[in-house]
Design a binder for this molecule. Structure first.
Ligand code: DOR
Ligand code: ZN
Length: 363
């Protein structure tokens, strides 16, 4: 019929989220199903109130996550340990043997939520990182250097110059993920390297820039760390994510917090983006005419970086003729958790279904 648009439908390998905060207790219970719906695996961050420092703690936390999974879900939480200046280099070898731990997370002390146990001086963790390079355990880095003298918008750039570049030149064999990059400088730095450095990009940093945080008032639900930068950086991030470049892949950094903790005189950092993360990515890639690269960004590049098999499950994406009605929040701990994205138009939805049209699987 003339003028009637047929909804577009594509099928991709089910995505991975290479950076996720699930929390514990009631919040975990409420948010987990959204990851299980659109992702096969996720790399689970260890910055709980009591951080995950040991193998035994990680094992227990993983069991708690599995307990809350929806029936029949094959979602696989990949665990991380929190690096501190007290982490014992001698413990690294055994981590490789038992395979529960997929990566170790480097938080510069004071850089973000629950980071006080993190690293103040990277020299102190060099022996641990040497062992990680030797036993092939990846390091995930929150790449910001906090400090009174550093402008919050420059912290990523400064971390790369003062810390990351030094670590890499001394340990070229250490596999590193520079997490949630937000600047053109970070993009260029990653692009200037040939091996062992990849970067995750979040959905929210593709969708907002720093103006959104102050749009007609202060927007606590757009506050995250690293903080969103100016629009030119956002444009570079979109160009990079949609390019298909193997070094860049999805890590949502979805970080649920109770509303009362965000809407406060000292609101905490974190954006809960999981529920619409994949549909919004379809929207972004579609707008740039780059849908054939979506699967690389969400399902292939990360698996390659972490040297794991790509997922077997698939996910369908459907483009509707009308914008999708977005849910705003869910209840947790007698409070609520606000979803990212309800102010944006979204035409894409996801569904688990067979027989969808395949798009490029070029690897
Ligand atoms: O905005 C953020 N929230 N950035 C982080 O690095 C941590 C996260 C959290 O745990 O809430
Ligand atoms: Zn994070």
């Amino acid at each position: 019929m003339k003028g009637t648009k047929v909804p577009q439908k594509i099928s991709i390998i089910k995505p991975d989220d290479w950076h996720l905060h699930l929390r514990e207790g009631d919040i975990l219970k409420k948010v987990l199903k959204y990851s299980a719906k659109n992702f096969s695996r996720a790399l689970i961050m260890p910055n709980l109130k009591k951080p995950i420092l040991t193998y035994v703690q990680a094992e227990k936390y993983r069991r708690e996550i599995l307990k809350y999974l929806p029936k029949g879900s094959k979602f696989n939480p990949l665990m991380t340990l929190y690096l501190t200046e007290k982490t014992n280099p001698k413990d690294i070898k055994s981590l490789k043997v038992n395979e529960l731990i997929s990566a170790i997370k480097y938080y510069p002390s004071g850089a973000t939520t629950n980071s006080t146990y993190g690293v103040k001086n990277f020299e102190k963790v060099m022996p641990v990182m040497e062992q990680m390079a030797k036993f092939n355990i990846p390091l995930c880095i929150h790449g910001e250097l906090p400090g009174e003298n550093y402008d919050i918008f420059d912290r990523e750039k400064i971390f790369i110059e003062k810390v990351l570049d030094k670590i890499r030149s001394r340990l070229p064999d250490l596999k590193i993920t520079l997490e949630h990059i937000t600047t053109s400088e970070a993009i260029n730095y990653v692009k200037s390297t040939k091996k062992n450095l990849g970067a995750t990009i979040t959905v929210h940093h593709l969708m907002i820039n720093r103006n959104h945080i102050f749009d007609r008032g202060i927007r606590p639900h757009y506050f995250c760390l690293p903080i969103a930068k100016r629009k030119s950086h956002q444009k570079d991030l979109i160009q990079t994510a949609t390019s298909g470049d193997r070094r860049f892949f999805l890590g949502t950094d979805s970080a649920p917090h109770l509303s009362s903790k965000k809407e406060s005189d000292c609101g905490c950092a974190g954006i809960f983006s999981t529920p619409y993360a994949v549909p919004f990515l379809a929207e972004i890639f579609d707008k740039k005419n780059k849908l054939p690269n979506l699967e690389k960004f969400v399902s292939l590049n990360g698996a390659r970086h972490y040297n794991v098999k790509v997922n077997v499950e698939r996910l369908n994406l459907i483009k509707k003729n009308e914008p999708v009605r977005l849910k705003n929040w869910i209840r947790a701990e007698n409070d609520k958790i606000v979803f990212f994205g309800s102010e944006f138009k979204l035409y894409w939805t996801t569904e688990r279904e067979k027989n969808a049209k395949k798009i490029s699987r070029e690897n």
